[in-house]
Design a protein around this ligand. Structure first.
Ligand SMILES: C[S@@+](CC[C@H](N)C(=O)[O-])C[C@H]1O[C@@H](n2cnc3c(N)ncnc32)[C@H](O)[C@@H]1O
Ligand code: SF4
Ligand code: SF4
Length: 308
């Protein structure tokens, strides 16, 4: 009886974000996560991130469809929290968009989504990864990657988010995973909040430059495996990065993406950018920011993920 009453509730109107067109968007389908990674921006105090805020499957699907049509969204990135906690919903919702991808922590298995990209987060070789993501996580993710049907047509990339803490492991990480059944390895760098002067963030970006150059070197060594664009990485160097971010995101092309966070009462809420509300743009390490700027400058389309 209770089930019936819930099913017959009218669907809520899609959240009003005005009429602006957004070719791409990101949706946090849940605020819940089974891990508590030390670098995670999602659960920062300034973000709408209370796990109690929920949106049932039917409402979320109808909201996503309405927002797609209103804003011309062609590409949707599914995130969380951990999106695979709502796997059934994500597999249905991904088909609403011309292009869809999932970023997952890989501990619930790797979803089979032929033709789509699944990015699996691993933050370095086992000891460095597990110091960030939790004991035993590296092996769990490895098992998931090897258990999948590698011929199912899903594009599977590993992504390492580089912080000051795990930076020593870049080369060893690539050596460890180079023969795994994956499409490639991607790197992105830490996005700190404004008051973040802890052990993860670089205060002086000239120190980060040394690490960026090491990523360029692994790209040179493994050009097919490492899906990074050297030109974009060079734009991240300290003497020019501000040109592509701005002190407060004013030059950042990623702000053309609509970030949909789960807000109060099961509504969507928009944050300042995909990385939430409290971000230090002058120290932003999001690879996608510099890759978008690179292609914008070159007048070329940003390649489909995994195609660098
Ligand atoms: C927030 S998680 C959500 C999806 C999923 N739970 C996962 O871990 O892949 C998405 C990606 O953001 C990265 N990330 C988390 N905090 C970050 C930060 N402060 N700066 C840059 N990337 C970050 C994670 O490492 C992960 O690759
Ligand atoms: S698994 Fe993803 S969402 Fe969960 S804490 Fe880690 S980075 Fe954040
Ligand atoms: S933190 Fe990075 S992605 Fe977010 S607006 Fe600033 S420069 Fe852009």
């Amino acid at each position: 009886m209770a089930q019936r009453a819930i099913a017959s509730l009218p669907l809520r109107e899609a959240t009003d974000f005005g009429d602006r067109q957004f070719g791409a968007a990101l949706v946090n389908v849940t605020n819940i996560c089974n891990l508590s990674c030390s670098h995670c921006f999602v659960f920062r105090a300034d973000n709408p991130n209370r796990p109690k805020d929920k949106m049932d499957d039917a409402t979320m699907l109808s909201q996503l469809k309405a927002l797609r049509d209103r804003h011309g969204i062609r590409s949707m990135l599914f995130m969380g929290g951990e999106p695979m906690i709502r796997k059934k919903l994500v597999l249905e919702a991904i088909e609403l968009f011309e292009s869809g991808s999932i970023v997952t922590n890989g501990t619930y298995g790797i979803p089979s989504v032929p033709g789509h990209l699944v990015t699996v987060s691993l933050d370095g070789p086992e000891p460095l990864n597990d110091a960030i993501r939790g004991q035993g996580v590296f092996q769990k993710v490895r098992e998931s990657v090897f258990a999948r049907d590698a011929s199912d047509g899903t594009i599977v990339m590993l992504q390492m988010t580089i912080t000051k803490q795990n930076a020593p492991g870049i080369e060893e990480f690539v050596e460890t995973v180079k023969d795994w059944p994956i499409t490639g390895v991607a790197f992105t760098f830490y996005v700190p909040s404004r008051d973040d002067h802890g052990s993860l963030a670089w205060d002086d970006l000239r120190e980060r430059d040394v690490v960026v150059r090491r990523v360029i070197a692994v790209k040179e060594k493994y050009p097919r495996l490492v899906k990074s664009n050297t030109g974009a990485l060079e734009m991240m160097l300290s003497d020019r990065c501000l040109e592509f971010t701005g002190e407060r995101g004013e030059s950042c092309l990623m702000r053309n993406m609509l970030p949909l966070y789960m807000g109060d009462g099961g509504n969507f809420e928009r944050t300042f950018c995909c990385y939430g509300n409290d971000v230090d743009c002058a120290r932003c390490g999001a690879y996608a920011v510099f890759n978008s700027a690179f292609h914008h400058r070159a007048g070329t389309p940003v390649p489909e993920p995994g195609q660098e």
